[in-house]
Each structure stands twice: as structure tokens, then as C-alpha cells.
Design a protein around this ligand. Structure first.
Ligand SMILES: NC(=O)c1ccc[n+]([C@@H]2O[C@H](COP(=O)([O-])OP(=O)(O)OC[C@H]3O[C@@H](n4cnc5c(N)ncnc54)[C@H](OP(=O)(O)O)[C@@H]3O)[C@@H](O)[C@H]2O)c1
Length: 361
């Protein structure tokens, strides 16, 4: 039997401080499973939710998008996973039971925002994947045109590399800003699977090997070469048109450089509100801006999300997709606030911060 109460990292009200405290262990309804969460990742959006008051509208709330653990209980109609399976899943903000910064969470098995973890991947590694990968996948291969919340939307029209028609189907250079970020790591790997080469990225010098292991061919140190200087630095590496840019950083200077580097009829994907182009619309020279939204449970992302989760175990087992590097925080959920503070202060480099909810002190 699962316990009836658990420890959670709770947001008591909009803009309030998080605290670690008790809340009920939910029961899975039809299509859902209860997961005992062994590893949960921290994301910049957890800070954004608390500071900007977005996404979570019911309080007390629980944030957290990324979880890995063991299926404890299975709701009616679930056939794709069973009790005892090691799973990774993406949380959702519509209910505290679906947040992942807690000891037990509900996963939507019917929507396939869940996958079994292959034996070569640990819980910590698996928990680095959901939001980062979905943000890269939706931006690169999302199928919906609809502009969504806060102006998100647009589509590149690229075929994903888990389809035979998309694997290695593209060529020419690609640029990824922030190759050491969680999203950037996945974007590099996906672009490599799609066939792009060379893959140029920006990162601190000490993360060069991390970016190259993901598939980057050239790593530009953005602390030495500023974003206004990036177009010239890229031009020194390749004279071929750069038809795809994944701007994982998406600050004003990286977006402006990305837009400048992008070839006519190319696609740039941004992760933060656009300051260049117009979401989902072609510019006069055919340049297109896609503003990604890495939530597979959002109605506009379900199709690509389902396909991604079906492909995920195979990609991981074959070593075609690697999780992010991991740093485990101490004290379980009690260590999360310290991790979020470090993240807010730019003190996280080349790792995904992971909490072990079961080790909460
Ligand atoms: N739209 C969405 O749905 C969505 C979803 C997820 C994330 N996001 C956003 O996407 C961004 C990336 O998220 P994340 O989780 O991948 O971040 P993250 O892993 O926390 O990013 C940390 C990394 O960013 C790199 N970095 C910081 N400033 C940089 C710069 N100017 N140029 C190059 N690299 C830089 C650092 O690289 P070095 O250590 O090498 O310096 C660091 O390793 C965030 O702004 C986040 O809010 C949006």
C-alpha cells in the first residue's frame, strides 16, 4: 500500500515562498498512474512560476516538470505501463498532483507523456529529459501552426529523426546557442540525428567537451566572442547557408545574432519571448520564427509528444540520445530551494540539478 501523506515542495500561493511540507498522496484515476518519484529535476521555469505568477493557478500548488521513479498504482484503462515499471514522465501544472517536486505524483499514461526507462539509464539521468527534450523537440519538429499562450507557436516543417524519413534527411550547418544548457544539449543531439553538419554552438570554454559529446563540431566561447560578434565567427567556420538555428538562450543579443546568421527561408527556434521575426509567420526573405513550448500535455503538442515518448526508450537504449549531466542536490526536497537560487544566479553550468524526493530531511 502507498502511504497516505507525503512530503512536497509546495507553493502555497501566487508569489509566495516555496516550503517543504506534507500533502496527500493522490489516487490515480482512469488513464493515470501513481509514481513513487526517485529523481526530479529543477528547471528555470520553477523560479519563473514563483516569481512571475504564471502557469500554476490552484493553490497550494506543486511545480516540477521532470520525474523518474517506479509505478506504484495503475488507474483504470492503463495498458502501456504496469506496477513496478521504472518510468520517466513529464509533469503538468494544471494540478498539484501532477507536479514532480514531491514524493508521489500522478502521470498521465493515456497521453503517453511517460516512457519506460531502459536499463542503461539511471533514474537521475532519466529525470533530466522531459522538459529539456520536449522543448527541443516541439521547437524543431512540432506540427501545429496555432499560436499558443504568450505568443508561442509556429512550425519548422522538419520531419523528426525517429521517423525513417527524417533520420539524416537534412544537411548543411546548424547553430545552437547555449550548448551546455539542458535544452541546448538535446537540440544538438536532435540536429545531429537529423543530419545537420557542422553543428556550431556557444558555451563556456570548460563545457566544450560536453557540447562535443552531444554532437557539436565547433564550440564558440560566448564569454570571449560576444553575440554581436557571433555572425562573423560562424562565417569563419562555414560559408554555407545556416538554415536552422536553435536559440536555447534566447536573450535579446542571442536572438538578434541568431536572426542575422539565419539564411533566407530558414527557421530559428526561440525558448523565450521573441524579439525578432513574428511567431509562425514568414519574414520577407522567408525566415521563420518558432517560439517553442516544451509541454507535451499542452493540446497543441500532444501529437509530437506522443511520438517522442514512443521513440524515447529506443533512442536511449541505442545510445542515440543521451541525458544531461547530473548534479544531485543534498537533503531531498529540502535542497531544492538552494538549487533554484543557484539557477537564478547563473551558478549552474553544464549540469541538470536533480533532487531525490525520497531522501527529504
Ligand atoms: N519555452 C519553453 O517551453 C521553455 C522550456 C524550457 C526552458 N526554457 C527556457 O530556455 C532556456 C534554457 O533552459 P535550460 O533549462 O536548458 O537552462 P539551463 O540548463 O539551466 O541553462 C544553464 C546553461 O546556460 C548556459 N548559458 C547561460 N547563458 C548563456 C549564454 N549567454 N550563451 C550560451 N550559453 C549560456 C550556461 O552555459 P555555460 O555553463 O557553458 O556558461 C549554463 O550551462 C531558459 O531561459 C529557460 O527558461 C523555455
Amino acid at each position: 500500500m502507498s502511504p497516505t501523506t507525503q512530503q512536497a515542495f509546495i507553493l502555497p500561493a501566487k508569489f509566495a515562498n516555496f516550503y517543504v511540507g506534507p500533502r496527500p498522496v493522490p489516487q490515480p484515476g482512469p488513464g493515470f498512474v501513481l509514481v513513487k518519484i526517485e529523481s526530479a529535476a529543477l528547471n528555470p521555469v520553477d523560479n519563473f512560476i514563483q516569481k512571475a505568477g504564471y502557469f500554476v493557478e490552484e493553490f497550494p500548488g506543486v511545480t516540477g516538470n521532470d520525474a523518474a521513479g517506479t509505478v506504484e498504482e495503475v488507474g483504470e484503462g492503463v495498458t502501456n505501463v504496469k506496477k513496478g515499471d521504472r518510468v520517466v514522465y513529464q509533469g503538468w501544472w494544471n494540478h498539484a498532483d501532477r507536479g514532480t517536486l514531491q514524493q508521489y505524483g500522478l502521470a498521465d499514461a493515456a497521453e503517453f507523456g511517460i516512457a519506460k526507462i531502459p536499463g542503461n539509464i539511471s533514474f537521475d539521468e532519466a529525470a533530466t529529459i522531459p522538459l529539456g527534450l520536449a522543448t527541443a523537440v516541439v521547437g524543431l519538429y512540432g506540427e501545429r501552426e496555432d499560436p499558443m499562450t504568450m505568443g508561442r507557436g509556429g512550425r519548422t516543417g522538419l520531419i523528426p529523426p525517429w521517423d525513417a524519413a527524417g533520420r539524416g534527411a537534412y544537411s548543411g550547418p546548424a547553430l545552437v546557442t547555449g550548448g551546455a544548457s539542458s535544452v541546448g544539449q538535446f537540440a544538438i543531439q536532435l540536429l545531429k540525428l537529423s543530419g545537420y553538419s557542422p553543428i556550431i554552438t556557444t558555451a563556456s570554454a570548460h563545457n566544450e567537451a560536453y557540447c562535443k559529446a552531444a554532437g557539436a563540431t565547433h564550440v564558440i566561447d560566448y564569454r570571449k566572442v560576444s553575440y554581436p560578434e557571433l555572425p562573423a565567427a560562424v562565417a569563419q567556420i562555414t560559408s554555407a547557408p545556416v538554415s536552422i538555428v536553435y536559440d536555447a538562450i534566447s536573450l535579446e543579443d542571442s536572438q538578434k545574432a541568431s536572426w542575422q546568421i539565419l539564411a533566407p527561408n530558414g527557421n530559428v527556434i526561440v525558448t523565450l519571448p521573441p524579439v525578432v521575426g513574428k511567431t509562425g509567420a514568414d519574414a520577407e526573405d522567408g525566415k521563420r520564427l518558432v517560439y517553442t513550448f516544451g509541454a507535451v500535455h499542452d493540446p497543441t503538442n500532444r501529437e509530437v509528444g506522443r511520438a517522442m515518448y514512443r521513440a524515447l526508450p529506443g533512442l536511449l537504449a541505442e545510445g542515440l540520445l543521451k541525458p544531461n549531466a547530473v548534479e544531485v542536490l543534498p537533503d531531498g526536497l529540502a535542497g531544492v530551494q538552494g538549487g533554484l537560487d543557484r539557477m537564478a544566479n547563473g551558478k549552474v553550468s553544464g549540469v541538470k540539478l536533480i533532487a531525490h524526493p525520497q531522501e527529504t530531511v
